[in-house]
Design a protein around this ligand. Structure first.
Ligand code: SF4
Ligand code: SF4
Length: 101
């Protein structure tokens, strides 16, 4: 693998699956994520009316989000090898697709 990552890409060591409908919108995971790859939705809400986190490329699979979340929203998966991912949202990270704007 090349040691240089293209500027529009970021080295990504894992991913998370986010159970959108289990989230209560408390924001704890946002500060816990040191790489800053979790952001809360602005308009989208789950069925209970809460904003929820969305994942961007660059997850390190550190598990901090899963450890701090009181509602077991995250499943964390570590890749066998780091991969370069295009910067931006990782739409496949969301489960519970009933969220509405
Ligand atoms: S596993 Fe770590 S890097 Fe990935 S989303 Fe959770 S807190 Fe952020
Ligand atoms: S810590 Fe859990 S409940 Fe709180 S906003 Fe993050 S995912 Fe939702």
């Amino acid at each position: 693998m090349s040691s240089k990552v293209r500027t529009d890409h970021v080295l990504t060591r894992g991913t998370v699956i986010i159970d959108v409908e289990a989230c209560k919108g408390c924001d704890l995971c946002i500060d816990a994520c040191k790489p800053g790859v979790l952001t809360m939705t602005e308009l989208l809400r789950n069925d209970r009316g809460y904003r929820f986190p969305e994942l961007e490329a660059g997850c390190t699979a550190c598990r901090a989000c899963a450890q701090i979340c009181p509602d077991f929203v995250f499943q964390v998966w570590k890749f066998d090898e780091p991969v370069e991912m295009m910067r931006g949202p990782v739409p496949s990270s969301r489960s519970g697709e009933r969220a509405t704007a």
